[in-house]
Design a protein around this ligand. Sequence first.
Ligand SMILES: Nc1ncnc2c1ncn2[C@@H]1O[C@H](COP(=O)(O)OP(=O)(O)O)[C@@H](O)[C@H]1O
Ligand SMILES: [Mg+2]
Length: 340
Amino acid sequence: MHTGDKMNKKDKIIVALGEVVDPSNEKPFKETKAIRHVGVDESDGKKTVNLLIALGKEDDKVKQQLKRKIAKIIKLDMQYHGLSIDFELLEKKESILHKDIRYIGIASGKGGVGKSTVAANLAIALQRLGKKVGIIDADIYGSSIPTIMDVPIAMPTAGEDEKIIPFSKLGVELISTEFFLKPDQPLMWRGPMLGKMLNHFFYDVKWNDDLEYVLIDLPPGTGDVAMDIQKLIPECEMIIVTTPHASASHIAVKAGFAAQQLKHKLIGVVENMSYLYHAGEVLEIFGKGGGKEVADKLKTDLLQQIPIGQPKSGHHSLFDMTEEIGVTYLGLANKLLKET
Ligand SMILES: Nc1ncnc2c1ncn2[C@@H]1O[C@H](COP(=O)(O)OP(=O)(O)O)[C@@H](O)[C@H]1O
Ligand SMILES: [Mg+2]
């Protein structure tokens, strides 16, 4: 979405549909700002458009009529092969999905490799480099971002406009699935609830108006949650986190392939717990080569190796940017900034 080329395509679609009239209020889309989300997927030589359109009224007849009109423009006039349209009500609050935000999913093959620690520290590093950053903790089966960032697990408050106020830590905004689940919520209910929750996070959370980056801590593995993310944010890019050990790397490759299959752009691989600095020596206590191997197999880059850090007091693990480990996070953040 951040390449000029893709922005252009989306803008063209918005312009092309601008004159379509919503029969429920007899106003053109461009006036009601009806087009809430445009996704363009160009994989396998097929060009597909995903739209989210806001209408004055929910009416099946109106929807059918509009679908035909829009299909004519997108498929016949603009020559796209596929089209999928979702509708919602206009009065629903604004979403951050159509804003020019870079979404980055942090994924891993298995738990315990430091996916959440990387997500939280990378967010802080980006913030230190002057970016407005939000984190969505979507690891619905094993949330840990609130602990890492030392934020209480509590229901966030609502503002005057009834939007949910995210928590904020060192300038980074955070919303977690964990805030909205009962601790005894059975695991099997959690996955299916995520799609709905994500929608809330995009529409009903009062994020900073100038938000530039949203990092999403994904559940480990290649499960159903990935599909929700793909549907909502097709432009979401991915970072794969692994450790240097071979046992972590082969499953990290699987997670990477899954992301690629869903047509997400892989930014690269982060190898966490790569080495320990001790008495001026670098000790590779968890093995070596895992990150490079994963990156090679996925035909992407090894973005950064992150050393083993000192545990912090309490459970939180945000590293100081003056520590060796903090410097590596700044390096990682800098690489992301250069990419855009
Ligand atoms: N680079 C690191 N150095 C030291 N401890 C780390 C590092 N990365 C992660 N940890 C610790 O490893 C454990 C697992 O990390 P976590 O981020 O929760 O993993 P995941 O999200 O992949 O399950 C946590 O206790 C975390 O504090
Ligand atoms: Mg985690």
